[in-house]
Design a protein around this ligand. Sequence first.
Ligand code: WQD
Length: 342
Amino acid sequence: MNKKILVTGGLGFIGSHTVVALQERGFDVVIIDNLSNSSIEVLGGITKITRISPEFENLDLRDKQSVNNFFEKYQDIDGVIHFAASKAVGESVQNPLLYYENNLNSLIYLLQQLKEKEAPKFIFSSSCTVYGQADELPITENAPVKKAESPYGNTKQIGEEIIFDTCSAVPHLKAISLRYFNPIGAHHSANIGELPIGTPQNLVPYITQTAAGKREQLSIFGNDYPTPDGTCIRDYIHVMDLARAHVIALERLLDNEQENNYEVFNLGTGKGNSVLEAVQAFEKVSGKKLPYTFVDRREGDIVAAYADTTKANRVLNWTAEFNIEDAMESAWKWQQKLEEKN
Ligand code: WQD
């Protein structure tokens, strides 16, 4: 009998790629998604890849009764991977209460259900944003959590604290928080990928939309930073490496391999690339010259962040296998597929 995993936000960017990895590993998957930042077409994309259509429930995790009803209906959930959250940094500054309600109430309602189960396993989608501008690079899991630069980042910090305190009070709840650096790319089949709604906030979808002629040029937010080429440095990790890490972390929980019932891992490549290097990587794999211009810095951007991945390498026996060129190639293939559809 296959173990059954709930993936909240499973039609989103990282969620959908993780659903594929879970199904390919033999897990049965139930997706909860309220389609506020995703499309039902993603379900078809997943099924095209794995030939298995996940169960899908269109419900809003902010509705406590809906969450309770879900767990009444699905008594056989063996683990939960929780992606569902609002994640636009800028929007969170404009509308903090939307972010606190959506990102924290959903988490609380899920944990209230899980703690009643016999052997609950929980994986939380966290972010390197909890570190702010770290004092030391590369960033380890012991780096101090700094005051969040945005309500979005704060919901990740508070979320981790809620899980930590709940695990302390509920010893049979086993949890892992995964702190992603910058997820980019798409499944190599180009059947699923990043689907930003409206103008992309993130770098890579903006690059691919510019290369596809949907945007006039890329605006690079600042080239006067204290870095070798003046542009910010990030750790760009292929979304399929990220998906694989979630399956490995889940199996660690299911196999009860943890020393204690709450752990945190950084997920990155361990390599930093500047915005200009990211553009150059894209140009190399696409053969396209990318039009860009330098503009003012973006409020809230940190100068540099890249992961110390020693802990995930050693404890999870996981290492990112793709580099930034692989990720850019998959992102471009996905964008071209989207253009064919439109
Ligand atoms: C990367 C770099 C920009 C767009 C955020 C969140 C993080 C996670 C990923 C949700 C920066 C530059 C970008 C553009 C640019 N979000 N840039 N022109 O800000 O590192 O991380 O998104 O999980 O939690 O903090 O990612 O892709 O927005 O920016 O020059 O049009 O690209 O200044 O240096 P970021 P990003």
